[in-house]
Design a protein around this ligand. Structure first.
Ligand SMILES: *[C@@H]1O[C@H](CO)[C@@H](O)[C@H](O)[C@H]1NC(C)=O
Ligand SMILES: *[C@@H]1O[C@H](CO)[C@@H](O)[C@H](O)[C@H]1NC(C)=O
Ligand SMILES: *[C@@H]1O[C@H](CO)[C@@H](O)[C@H](O)[C@H]1NC(C)=O
Ligand SMILES: *[C@@H]1O[C@H](CO)[C@@H](O)[C@H](O)[C@H]1NC(C)=O
Length: 361
């Protein structure tokens, strides 16, 4: 089910957010700068208007508001709007100027000039058929904030006739994990036990083994994330949250798995190169389990950027130590202690690492 990954297959600095999907490129300027205050009695200077490549700049005598063009669905627009007002205007530039003078957050012009105030900042990559202009100060350019999985909104939908829940991810390291994404063709519901599904090109779907993404820590309640289709999530532990602990793994049935991620947000948030870590976590089991390690944690030289990452596994009373920065590893075990020590030397991009544990068969 899971592709073998080489430990040397290290990706530093290579990640993108897949946030910007399908914005329609209508024939509207990308941004508008307009004077936000009327010129008053002193404002006898002529107002100049210049049109540049995809930018319309209106020079006024006082401070400026920059509006940026966003697209949005009609329903998202309704849910964001706390006030709106129609203003008589003959073109988009006049609509922008009057909107700024009226201290409105956003406007749309489709022959009619409608201005809006919103209940929160908008993310920069929405998507939809309606074009609006939003004051730059009311746009949030970073990824959206995560919310707890239990409160994240979802919609019930289907993928290849299978019932799934569609959530929005804040981000996904699509460049890092592109090699483990596979086309999703099946309509066998058992596949969804192991896979998350993403929309692909031309109405198709791609699938990702669940161990590559900590979905529970990567969902948002704003409609501008990366869509993902989810059924269930494996029980999950995070190394950085469990330092010094011994965790007894519950008895697993065949086909069940435990995910152990380096940190909350594996797959959507970089590993937090913060303090000096001195962390060990021991997992014990009632019955021998299989374990696999996958690292997106080291540089091309095989070192972990100053960290020491290792594991000591015990099987039938015999212990074995492994350096996870240099060695590929997958074994069965009765008890395993994972150790992360040290501090990042160069703070290179690290997606993190994970282990998965399952019945060994
Ligand atoms: C414009 O709106 C902002 C925030 O909505 C408010 O802080 C400011 O006082 C308003 N300015 C005017 C002139 O109404
Ligand atoms: C828009 O806002 C962003 C973030 O607040 C800022 O970096 C950028 O310079 C602004 N652009 C303009 C044209 O004001
Ligand atoms: C999704 O479907 C489940 C089962 O049919 C139902 O319990 C749940 O309320 C639905 N949720 C939404 C958001 O529609
Ligand atoms: C694990 O960490 C705890 C607390 O930091 C420490 O007391 C213990 O000796 C460590 N165990 C190993 C095997 O490193």
């Amino acid at each position: 089910m899971m592709k073998e990954l080489s430990m040397k297959n290290i990706l530093t600095g290579l990640f993108t957010s897949a946030l910007c999907f399908g914005l329609s490129m209508a024939s509207y300027p990308d941004s508008l700068n307009v004077a936000s205050r009327s010129s008053g009695l002193q404002g006898c200077r002529a107002t100049t208007t210049s049109v540049r490549f995809r930018t319309l700049t209106m020079r006024g005598p006082k401070s400026m508001v920059t509006y940026r063009r966003l697209s949005i669905t009609a329903s998202d627009l309704v849910s964001l709007t706390i006030a709106s007002q129609n203003i008589a205007a003959s073109d988009v530039a006049q609509c922008a100027r009057l909107s700024a003078l009226a201290n409105m957050t956003a406007f749309a012009f489709d022959g009619t000039c409608t201005t809006y105030q919103f209940n929160r900042k908008l993310c920069s990559c929405l998507g939809g058929e309606k074009v609006i202009y939003v004051a730059n100060s009311s746009i949030s350019y970073g990824p959206p904030a995560t919310v707890p999985f239990s409160t994240a909104p979802y919609i019930n939908t289907t993928v290849r006739n299978l019932e799934v829940k569609e959530y929005q991810l804040v981000n996904f390291f699509s460049d890092v994990f592109s090699q483990v994404l596979e086309p999703f063709y099946t309509d066998d519901v058992r596949a969804l036990q192991y896979l998350y599904v993403f929309p692909g090109e031309d109405g198709g779907f791609n699938a990702l083994d669940k161990v590559y993404l900590d979905v529970a820590s990567c969902v948002t309640d704003v409609p501008c994330g990366v869509p993902i289709f989810v059924t269930t999530i494996w029980p999950t532990y995070y190394i950085l949250n469990e330092c010094g602990k011994t965790i007894q793994i519950p008895t697993l049935n065949s086909g069940e798995r435990i995910s152990v991620f380096s940190h909350p947000g594996f797959g959507c948030k970089t590993f937090p190169d913060g303090p000096t870590y001195n962390c060990n976590v021991t997992f014990t089991t009632a019955t021998t389990l299989g374990i696999g390690y996958y690292g997106y944690f080291s540089g091309i030289d095989g070192s972990c950027d100053g960290y020491t990452l290792g594991a000591e596994k015990i099987l039938s009373g015999t212990s074995e130590n492994v350096n996870l920065c240099t060695d590929k590893w997958g074994k069965h075990f009765d008890s395993v202690t994972i150790t992360l020590r040290g501090t990042a030397a160069a703070k290179t991009f690290k997606a993190g690492f994970f282990f998965y544990m399952s019945v060994y068969d």
